[in-house]
Each structure stands twice: as C-alpha cells, then as structure tokens.
Design a protein around this ligand. Sequence first.
Ligand code: G1P
Length: 269
Amino acid sequence: MAVRTAVIPAAGMGTRFLPATRATPKELLPIYDTPALQFVIDEAAQAGCTRVVIVTSRAKPSIENYASAASTDKVTVSVVYQDSPLGLGHAVSCARQAVGDEPFVVMLPDEIMGDASLTKQLVGLYEQSGKSSIGLKRVPTAEVSNYGNVKVASGASTKESSVAILQVVEKPKQADAVSDIVIIGRYVLSPKIFEKLEQIKPSANGELQLTDALAMLASENALVGVVSDITRYDTGTPMGLLRAVIEIALERKDIGPQLNSWLKEKFNK
Ligand code: G1P
C-alpha cells in the first residue's frame, strides 16, 4: 500500500530553548528565515506524502496557526492534539484516527535532513517489503545512550542497504549498548504499530516509548532499517540549531556567498 501520510510529533514544551520557547514553539524557531517545521513538511512532500498530520499541544496555538497556512497543492497539513506529555509512542498513537488503517511516516522535527533521500528510500523499502522501515546511523559508542539502539542481522550492515533489525533498546547505558547503530528520526511504519502501542507499558520515566513498540515488531521479524550517512542536523539543542542555521545558510545560493565572506573576514582578523 502506498505511503501518503507523514506524522510530525510537535507537542513538546521545548524547555532547552527557554526563554525563546515562552513565545515561540521550538519547531517554529527559524533556520535563517524558515521554521524548522517547514523543512520537515517539505521533506514529507518531496518523499511523496500528500498529507501531513502535526501532533501538537493546545498550549502551542502558533503551531495550529502555522499549519492552517501551510497546505499547498502537493500537501495538506492538519493538526491533532496530544493532551498530556506521555512520550513519543503516545504522540504517534494520537495520530491514529487521522492516519487510518494505512502505513505512514513519522518525522521528528528535531532532526533536519540534508535532503529527502532517506525518507524516500524508507518509503520505497516499505512499499516493496511491507515491513516497517527506520532510519539508522552509526555513532561513537559514547553517544549511543542518547538514542534508540538497535542490533542488526550480521553481515548486512553496509551503508545505504537495508538490514533486518533483531533487537531494539531505548537509550541504553553505554555498557548495555547492543551495537554502535542508533535510530534517527525517520520511520515508515505499518499501521500494526498502533496495536503494539496499545500493548506497551510506560517506561521508567512514565512515557510510552515508540522504541518499545518497534521492539515488538523486531521480535516478529517485521522491522528493517537503513544505515545512512545522510547529512543530518540535530536541532534539538540550541547549539545544534545554531550550527544548522549557519551550515544551511552557507549552502544557500542567495545568502551563502555573503555569509561566507563575512565569516572569513571575521576570522581572519
Ligand atoms: C527519540 C527516540 C529515540 C531516537 C531519537 C532520534 O528520542 O525515542 O529512540 O533515537 O528520538 O532523535 P528523543 O531524542 O526524543 O529523546
């Protein structure tokens, strides 16, 4: 079945970005002149999605205002609400009715990708295999604890090809890591994930983890991944956002050359 819907969880309170997030949700903080959220909406459209569902909080009315003006001839943007901050798994289940009984993409707006190639590839993989397909990346072992961590079938973890996922653990201690491969914020999920999300128990911090539902798919041999080296900006921290602004602005034809010469002038002093 074709994948036509992208779900963007955007209900978090953005406490790392205080005081900015008192007034502006972190998803609307600008990468030069374009909100981070818009990059993710554009990526969804480029990957062939025609519907974007943003899961937001009633405490962030500007997300709804933004969404109401964000539909184009290619993509319709709407919102649903997550009324309590019960984790990523809960956020995804809040989109169940809007998604319906069909596969969908989950795109975490804390991560901006250099292009839509990974999401496109995951969509293609799902459409061909019928298995939920997720973005993966190798990281230094000291960083594994910040992510969902996966063990993949041996001998098959070459860059850009798909791998079977055998085990999934959310943010393990470094000593308990199952590999140096982690989940990055792009998932193409079978609607079966909604049943799994009903079955999982809250983790130690009280949140429903999407990773625990993915682990159930993995145990049924229904989860694959792509170990990617796509350009990826982690905009979930103020320093990550600042780096994304500078690097993305440097890439732009309209302002890149001007920014480049200003930076050179500044650092050559
Ligand atoms: C979430 C997921 C985690 C994943 C990460 C990717 O964590 O729970 O499995 O690796 O996104 O960015 P968060 O960063 O929201 O804590």
